[in-house]
Design a protein around this ligand. Structure first.
Ligand code: CA
Length: 690
């Protein structure tokens, strides 16, 4: 071995992050475990670390090494990134911080001031799932639609690009992904108005647009952008463009460095109800699909549609994980995908053809996926054709955005599954005259959750799925349905944070629980692992949130993760840790405010209920049970005062905490909202019926 002069060794050791080039090669390097450079650790999105200092034999000794208390109030759901001893993460209100990865010491903070742009319901989405590192930059996307490049060493803004039409209720919660000196981002907001989904690639150095790919076709009279849109338009009927069509890509983007392709996971229809947007039927390309694009120009290569003619808020926005699988005596360059619809897909990413699809949860809308055509065999009636449909899964999916990891040593994929049963009916909706909403959540169909889909009553499990044997290797019961994503390691471990506040390590092969630590707050973010100076760390953000509160508030409130009651933290663990967390506030169950003197007027409350629905309940919960993502208004004294209520709701007094300004609301509308909120508070105060 050639000996390097001592000075050269010292220089190499001290050169730090400035000299490091975070490019495609670095992002693809699965052999190094020191850093966690990308959302899915490496470009293949496996969230698998080769580190093995912490393993099944010693994980029971894992202790808190350091922690940082954060001023954040809303949900922490993001994946931190680590590059050469610096940990970067995005928190509430899209504030980005850089800290020392060995101590948590703050290096810089960047605040994109999203509150100043807070307007109507879009502000309710004030969580972000992650950021990107590229060369000398940190790149973030804000919920109001900006993509921003920061200097990684100082946190100073270098460029700032608006990616959405600000007059529409579009928002971004997803992580931007980088590839080939570009960065891609989409957006959410399919249900908030007539939206036409798209993804856009920008140059990472400047923020200038490189290309845009629309997910659904526009009005044929305006001409098609490309041949793919012309092809897609043949699968739509009626005047779909008036409703936007949807398909918004809000989460899953994976760059395949090996095949030089970009995979986009697309969203549900706008509106959900196909009878409205495409009354003559049709597959409605490219809704609820994976679309492979040329990363240089955004040109279409292939697509695989998981739900043709989507009509249940199913989407394929979930993680797209790349893995080589040995199937039938050959190596399949596979893409692993567990979308909302309940089937686990293995797709040949060279051809876009289905390899296998099997239900990983209760699926009643289809009996299976035809292996020859790749299409689902739908159950008659599931489309609420003429009567109410009772189906599983539903709008929260059998799996949502929570990180799926894949361990090439065990050959298993790990993800939290959701087991809930739903109803859909449009019998009370005039389908022919339905109009797209304007800044209000309206899917064009009445829907609701009716309970657990499993006979044992469980609504959540942690699943280890074998994509080659096409079956569960193991599963474990979880509390509630909204549990965080996973990370897996060469130490044969799987880590997962849970809704009940426990951070748990499992044997990756057997699922045996090996360690647990209660962080004192519900966990919604996935963990990472990295190494500095020979010490392996496991880190995660602790702070309940990111749940679709409109569905989940009443179910998640039971943990007592009340808004503002539990300190949000970044916590790092190691085998040598000696830190101790301060005691948790413990569960804080909401006590509704007693104020009978308010005098609820039930007719005003009925009007207020309609006003509340589709807007306020996006954060404050259906039935005004927020479950901790926002204040539970049944306990709010602000509601008692017309002036105070107007200051907050219309005046934006709490915009900095994430409560948007609803400038358009009249005094009469505010009054009806107050009566509805007080009605729900009084109902919670009333003694239960004998
Ligand atoms: Ca949706």
């Amino acid at each position: 071995m050639k000996r390097l002069p001592l000075l050269a060794v010292l220089l190499a050791a001290c050169s730090g992050s400035n000299s490091r080039s975070i490019d495609d090669a670095a992002l693809s390097d699965t052999s190094q475990g020191e850093n966690w450079l990308a959302f899915g650790r490496t470009l293949n999105e496996q969230r698998f670390s080769p580190l093995r200092q912490i393993d099944t034999s010693n994980v029971a000794n894992l202790k808190v090494d350091w922690f940082v208390d954060l001023p954040d109030k809303s949900g922490l759901v993001s994946t931190p990134l680590v590059s050469d001893g610096v940990l970067y993460f995005i928190g509430s209100m899209n504030v980005v911080r850089a800290v020392e990865a060995t101590s948590g010491r703050m290096i810089w903070t960047y605040d994109p001031h999203v509150a100043e742009r807070a307007d109507r319901m879009r502000a309710g989405m004030n969580v972000s799932r992650g950021i990107a590192l590229w060369r000398d930059k940190v790149i973030l996307a804000t919920w109001d639609g900006r993509l921003i490049g920061l200097d990684a060493s100082s946190g100073r803004e270098q460029w700032n690009t608006m990616t959405v039409d600000s007059t529409k209720a579009l928002y971004i919660t997803g992580a931007p992904k980088v590839f080939k000196d570009k960065v891609i981002i989409g957006n959410g907001g399919t249900e908030n108005g007539a939206t036409r989904g798209y993804v856009t690639a920008y140059y990472a150095a400047t923020g200038k647009q490189a290309w845009r790919f629309y997910i659904v076709p526009g009005n044929p009279a305006d001409g098609f952008e490309n041949a793919a849109m012309e092809m897609a338009a043949k699968t739509w009927t009626g005047e779909w463009w008036k409703y936007g069509g949807g398909g918004n890509a809000w989460h899953g983007f994976t760059y395949d460095a090996e095949l030089d392709r970009l995979y986009i996971g697309t969203g549900n229809g706008s509106p959900w109800n196909r009878k409205i947007r495409s009354p003559g039927g049709g597959d409605n390309l490219f809704l609820c699909a994976i679309v492979a694009l040329n990363p240089d120009n955004g040109e279409y290569i292939w697509h695989y549609q998981t739900v043709p003619g989507e009509t249940w808020d199913f989407n394929s926005n979930m993680d797209i994980v790349l893995a080589d699988l040995a199937i039938g005596g050959r190596t399949v360059k596979a893409l692993l995908h567990a979308p909302k619809n309940g089937f686990f897909y293995v797709i040949d990413r060279v051809t876009g053809k289905l390899v296998s699809a099997d239900p990983f949860a209760e699926v009643t809308w289809a009996t299976g996926i035809d292996s020859a055509t790749g299409r689902p065999n739908e159950v008659p009636g599931a489309r609420y054709e003429t009567a109410r449909a009772n189906i599983a899964p539903g709008p929260t999916g059998a799996h949502s955005w929570h990180a799926m990891s894949y361990n090439p040593q065990t050959g298993l994929a790990y993800f939290p599954a959701i087991h809930r049963r739903w109803t859909f009916s449009d019998s009370a909706i005039d389908v022919a005259s339905w109009k797209s909403p304007d800044w209000k959540f309206d899917p064009g169909v009445a829907y609701g959750v009716t309970g657990a889909a499993r006979p044992d009553g469980l609504t959540g499990t942690l699943q280890a799925w074998d994509p080659v044997r096409r079956k569960l290797a193991w599963e474990l019961p979880l509390e509630g349905f909204w549990n965080a994503g996973t990370m897996t390691s060469a130490g044969n471990l799987v880590f997962q944070g849970r809704a009940d506040g426990n951070f748990v390590a499992y044997d990756a092969t057997s699922g045996a629980e090996l360690w647990r630590f209660n962080v004192g707050s519900g966990i919604s973010a996935p963990p990472i692992t990295y190494s500095v100076g020979g010490r392996q760390y496991v880190a995660l953000l602790a702070g309940w949130g990111g749940a679709p509160v409109v569905f989940g508030g009443p179910l998640t409130a039971k943990y007592g993760w009340s808004y503002g009651a539990h300190t949000r933290r970044l916590i790092a663990f190691s085998l040598e840790g000696t830190a101790t967390l301060p005691p948790s506030a413990g569960p804080q169950l909401i006590a509704p405010l007693a104020a009978r003197e308010f005098g609820v007027d039930s007719s005003l409350a009925a009007v207020g209920s309609a006003e509340f629905g589709g807007t306020c309940d996006v954060c404050h919960g259906r039935g005004v049970i927020s479950g901790g993502a926002a204040p539970d208004l049944r306990a709010s004294g602000v509601v008692l005062s017309a002036t105070a209520f107007a200051d907050v709701v219309r005046g934006g007094l709490r915009a900095s905490s994430g409560m948007p300004r609803f400038k358009h609301l009249t005094d009469e509308q505010l009054l009806t909202l107050r009566h509805f909120i007080r009605q729900r508070a009084e109902a919670a105060l009333a003694p239960p019926p004998k």
